[in-house]
Design a protein around this ligand. Structure first.
Ligand code: EPZ
Length: 418
């Protein structure tokens, strides 16, 4: 396993290209199961999670070519609607294959995803929605076994779950008749998926609002699609710049995908400049504390909570961070405390008292975004060296992050560990 070594204390300066969105690429790849002609995806990020989804779909018989940022997917020879436990347990997003497999083949056998560091992450909303569409579901030896023809329905999600919205949206495309999905997720990745499905020939309206209507069709063709920019990667690099009192610009971003986050930076007296797809954040004179409540889009994204916490560890003042989306997403707190942070936990709230200095230390990554927070804390630490272990968590969602941070002036390197 690799380690990332950081000697912090230097402000980051410069520009960095934002890659394609991981949380759009994964459902888009799953959606290609529905396509009866080959599909092409552009701007695909080179990430471990994408490789895992490639393995899962190839295991189902999908033919995938992935070079650079260009991916072709051909589902014409798909032959086994079984997604195996050993791959699904590694990545929850693999559960997104259930809806399309069921919709196209009338049957599917997909392992239940395990929990993970940030919570139990049940799939009850996915299953209730598929049953509302007429699927017969049983659970056998840790697998969901689904079968039956799908019929349009009206279904209200208990919570605007991103994954459940995506699974149900893909299933409804091939259901007989009209489906209305209420209280759906409104994330940009949902809009991206709906646009891709419509380019395959689906009839979806309302994506991006809390009510999506789908009129089922008999078949879906092929399409070419460009993945939207990764808003969480953009936010992570901007936070790294601010946290080090630097001046960083992200390129090829979409500021409309980060409304609440950019407002929070402005609240913290950070200079934010938006010009088309360029977003610049400058904090050379430091920044203030800011209270954060994570919420479904368009609220503050839970996937930027840990990174923001690392930044607020050295803000001027006291910040209160409330995590309302996941039940256990403060895994970074104990590690940040080892570096001198002053954070008190009270249920789903964290009180972060800004300190003057942080100090490097050996720390352990626990999940994707917590590991990004530890890297940011390492960039802040003015004394000592930070060694982040278990960086495979980081590689799931960030492409060569150490090289791209080094290009912004960070003293950071990856070393092989053991
Ligand atoms: C997606 O996960 C993202 N992953 C997550 O990003 C992101 O944090 C999350 O949405 C919220 O925005 C991908 O898109 C691949 P949810 P997902 O279903 O779909 C509960 C990252 O770091 N819930 O919206 O799994 C669930 O337990 C990852 O890139 C149910 O109770 O998230 C959680 O508390 C982490 N029952 C909340 O809803 C269900 O059936 C939000 O989960 C489904 C979800």
């Amino acid at each position: 396993m690799d380690k990332i070594l950081i000697r912090g204390g230097q402000p980051l300066h410069g520009t960095v290209q934002v890659r394609g969105a991981k949380n759009s690429t994964l459902p888009l790849m799953a959606a290609s199961i529905l396509a009866e002609q080959p599909c092409v995806l552009h701007n695909v990020p080179c990430l471990h999670d994408v490789f895992t989804m490639d393995k899962i779909l190839s295991g189902l018989g999908m033919r995938i070519e992935f070079t650079g940022r260009y991916m072709t997917l051909d589902a014409s020879s798909l032959d086994s609607p079984v997604a195996p436990y050993d791959l699904v347990r590694k990545m929850r997003a693999s559960f997104f294959v259930l809806g399309p497999l069921l919709a196209r083949y009338g049957k599917a056998r997909v392992s239940l995803p395990g929990g993970c560091a940030i919570g139990t992450r049940p799939v009850d909303i996915h299953l209730k929605g598929l049953e509302a569409l007429g699927a017969k579901l049983t659970v056998e030896e840790g697998y969901v076994v689904a079968e039956g023809a799908l019929t349009g329905t009206e279904f209200t999600l208990d919570f605007p779950s991103v994954g459940a919205t995506e699974n149900l949206l893909m299933a409804a495309c091939r259901a007989q008749g009209m489906t209305r999905l209420n209280n759906v997720a409104r994330e940009p990745e949902i809009v991206d998926l709906a646009q891709f499905l419509n380019s395959l020939g689906a009839r979806i309206s309302g994506a991006g609002t809390d009510l999506i209507t789908v009129v089922g069709v008999d078949a879906l063709g092929g399409a070419e699609h460009t993945v939207i920019p990764d808003r969480i990667e953009a936010g992570t690099f901007l936070i790294a710049g601010v946290a080090t009192r630097g001046d960083v610009t992200v390129l090829n971003a979409n500021p409309d995908h980060l409304p609440s986050f950019l407002n929070k930076l402005r609240d913290a007296a950070v200079e934010v400049e938006v010009q088309g797809t360029r977003i610049r954040a400058r904090a050379t004179d430091g920044f203030k504390a800011s209270d954060i409540i994570t919420q479904p889009f368009p609220g503050f994204p839970t996937d930027l909570q840990a990174q923001m916490m690392a930044m607020l560890c050295v803000a001027d003042g006291v910040s209160v961070i409330k995590e309302t989306v996941f039940e256990n997403r403060f895994m970074q707190v104990a590690e940040l405390a080892r570096m001198g942070a002053d954070i008190a936990l009270d249920g789903n709230a964290a009180v972060v008292r800004g300190v003057k200095k942080m100090c490097g230390a050996p720390v352990m990554a626990s999940d994707l975004r917590a590991s990004a927070a530890l890297v940011i804390a390492g960039l802040i630490a003015e004394r000592g060296e930070t060694a982040v272990s278990r960086v495979y968590h980081l590689d799931r969602g960030y492409e060569r992050i150490e090289e791209r941070l080094a290009a912004l002036g960070a003293d950071i390197q990856r070393v092989r560990e053991g």
